[in-house]
Each structure stands twice: as structure tokens, then as C-alpha cells.
Design a protein around this ligand. Structure first.
Ligand SMILES: [Zn+2]
Length: 350
């Protein structure tokens, strides 16, 4: 499995900048047909191999894995880049956008240039992690009010509940409003920039949410069980155009991928279960209930409780039944969530 980490090349001395500029611009010349442009031989081979059939406005410098290397010296990471005319290449400080993974092998990587700045796209390969044998379930319901509601389920009862990502909906509404305003004024360029900003803000939240979920699962040694995305779409069908639009564009897919990825790095199995009925079934008596607005679920026999928690518990139970062998020592009927009355859930992210 592979991961690419972006790392800005920083604090370039004038000499190193010139050398890198030369290597980069000769690469462009080569790929635009100047076969004699002086380029480090392996960089040339890589270029001809990868870009023969691709037309790009600018080509990134592609580096062979055995010729680059990444070393830490005090506070900085240094990347060695092979270049034409400099024996041993040049060593440049890099600042990664996220931590470099441990115990991973550096693979072929790229260097791109944007607005006079260079960024290294370093690709790492991990050995496959052995999957853990878990002793509990962390059921995660992806939803509208909270991006994710997690229930830690063990021995037939809820050990812990956690709500994540409440702020996403607000962020998305804010940017939707902002885009409309900008469009009205014909500021199309600004609209584009704002879209990029929104994506970064939401991504940062999703990273915190997925990290929180995976570390909770790791601490409790749990399987992570996710409701699948088809279920969510079905759930909101026919519940108003506006809501439908918000939900269908919620970044569930990105969140699911982040959880799967982070879990895989630590050997936690992630299982996706069909969400069919988990949102309309009462988790206590198993009857069909109704999901009201404001995140409330109503069962004719048991009363009202948080729809998000109800969904998550149903996901946990469903997986437990499916697993069969999970030890269940709890009572047959766990206390309903509305006894004692459920407080408004506190929101914590991270
Ligand atoms: Zn009920």
C-alpha cells in the first residue's frame, strides 16, 4: 500500500535554486523535443519512460527511488536530488505537509514547480500490516448533523459514545452562502478560490475526525464498523430537495477513505455494513420507528432518542450478529437511551 506526502522544498540557496531550475527547465525542453537538453541520465530515462505519451503543460521531475534519499538532521528533513553536473546531487531541506510515515520505503517520487516554488511529492510504500483480532466494536454512523457518531459496543452494551464533526455542516452552509453572493456579483475567480479553501477546511476537520475514530478503536481494540454510503442516500430520499442536496454532497466518501486508510496503518479491520434498516429500527425492541427531524428517533413503544446513536447501535448489533462468535454477556435488553433522559450530546473533535 502506498502513500504520497507533499513536502515543500524550503530555504533553497541561490546556487541550489539555479541548479534545480536548470534541471527542471531542461526537462521541459527535452519533453518538447530537444533531445540534447542536458539532464541527469536517470532523470532523462524516467522522463522518457513516463511522459512519452502524455501531454502536459509542465512536466514534474520524476526521480528514481534508488537515487533519492530522505534524512533527518535536527529539526529538518533533507532530500537528496540527483541533478546533471553535480556529483552526488544536491541536498535540500524539505517541509512535509504531514508527518512522514515510519517504517516505510521511499519509492519513485516527483518534484513539481508552482509559482517559482518546488514541492516534492514523496511516495512511500508500507509492508502490509497484520490485522488485529479485536474484542469490541466501534460502530460509526455517518450522518447529517454529525459527520460521524461512534458507539463503542462491548458485551452487549454501550461503553462509550462520541460525536464528531458537527461543525462541517455549518462550514458547508457558510461557503454555499458565500458562493451564491459572489456569483451574484460575477466574481467567478473568487468563487473558485473559495471552493479550494472550503475543501481544505473540511479536509482538516475530516482528518481530525478520522484520527479520533481510529485512535478510539485502537485504544479499545475494536473493529470499526461503518454504515455504507448507499444507505445514507436512501435514508434522505424524499425528505426535501434542500436537505437532499446537502447530504448527497457531504464528504462521506472522503471520510470513509480516511478512516480506512488510518486504520489500515495500525492493523485495525474496517468493515462496511449495509445501512438498510439501521436508521428506522428501534435499537431496543427492534420495531420499526420513525426518524424525525432534529436528529430524533421515535419508537411507539420505547419513546424518543438520538437518531444518530440509534443508528450506530443498530450497526453494532448487526455486525455482532454477523460475527456470531463475539462474546455477549450483557443483558438481552439494554437500557434504552432515553432512560435517564439523554442529554444533548457534547461535541468533541479529535
Ligand atoms: Zn422500541
Amino acid at each position: 500500500m502506498r502513500l504520497t506526502v507533499q513536502a515543500g522544498i524550503v530555504r533553497l540557496t541561490r546556487r541550489k535554486k539555479e541548479i534545480l531550475d536548470r534541471e527542471y527547465s531542461n526537462l521541459q525542453k527535452l519533453l518538447k523535443g530537444d533531445r540534447d537538453a542536458p539532464l541527469y541520465s536517470a532523470n532523462k530515462q524516467q522522463a522518457l519512460r513516463y511522459y512519452k505519451k502524455v501531454k502536459l503543460k509542465e512536466y514534474p521531475l520524476s526521480l528514481r527511488n534508488d537515487l533519492i534519499n530522505l534524512r533527518r538532521a535536527k529539526a529538518f528533513w533533507f532530500l537528496k536530488i540527483p541533478v546533471y553536473g553535480v556529483r552526488g546531487g544536491i541536498k535540500v531541506p524539505v517541509k512535509p505537509h504531514r508527518e512522514f510515515p515510519e517504517n516505510a520505503k521511499l519509492c519513485e517520487s516527483k518534484i513539481v514547480k508552482r509559482k517559482e516554488r518546488y514541492t516534492a511529492m514523496l511516495t512511500f510504500e508500507f509492508p502490509a500490516q497484520p490485522m488485529r483480532e479485536c474484542s469490541s466494536i466501534l460502530a460509526v454512523d455517518l450522518g447529517e448533523r454529525f459527520a460521524a457518531t461512534a458507539v463503542l459496543w462491548q458485551n452487549g452494551s454501550v461503553m462509550k459514545t462520541q460525536f464528531y464533526g458537527k461543525e462541517i455542516r455549518g462550514v458547508r452552509r457558510h461557503y454555499a452562502w458565500l458562493r451564491r453572493r459572489l456569483q451574484e456579483r460575477g466574481l467567478i475567480q473568487v468563487v473558485k478560490r473559495v471552493g479550494g479553501k472550503e475543501r481544505r477546511v473540511v479536509n482538516a476537520i475530516l482528518h481530525r475526525v478520522s484520527k479520533g475514530i481510529v485512535s478510539l478503536a485502537l485504544a479499545a481494540n475494536s473493529y470499526i464498523v461503518l454504515g455504507d454510503l448507499k444507505g445514507i442516500r436512501k435514508r434522505v430520499n424524499g425528505r426535501g430537495k434542500r436537505l437532499n442536496r446537502i447530504v448527497s454532497s457531504m464528504p462521506y466518501y472522503r471520510l470513509t477513505k480516511m478512516i480506512e486508510y488510518k486504520a489500515m496503518l495500525v492493523g485495525i479491520p474496517v468493515i462496511t455494513t449495509s445501512e438498510a434498516y439501521t436508521s428506522i429500527t428501534c435499537h431496543v425492541c427492534g420495531c420499526e420507528g420513525k426518524r424525525k427531524t432534529q436528529g430524533l428517533f421515535i419508537c411507539a413503544h420505547c419513546g424518543e432518542y438520538s437518531a444518530d446513536l440509534n443508528g450506530a447501535i443498530n450497526i453494532a448489533k448487526k455486525f455482532e450478529r454477523w460475527m456470531g462468535y463475539m462474546p455477549i454477556h450483557g443483558a438481552e435488553r439494554e437500557p434504552a437511551l432515553n432512560q435517564p433522559k439523554l442529554e444533548a450530546p457534547s461535541v468533541r473533535v479529535g
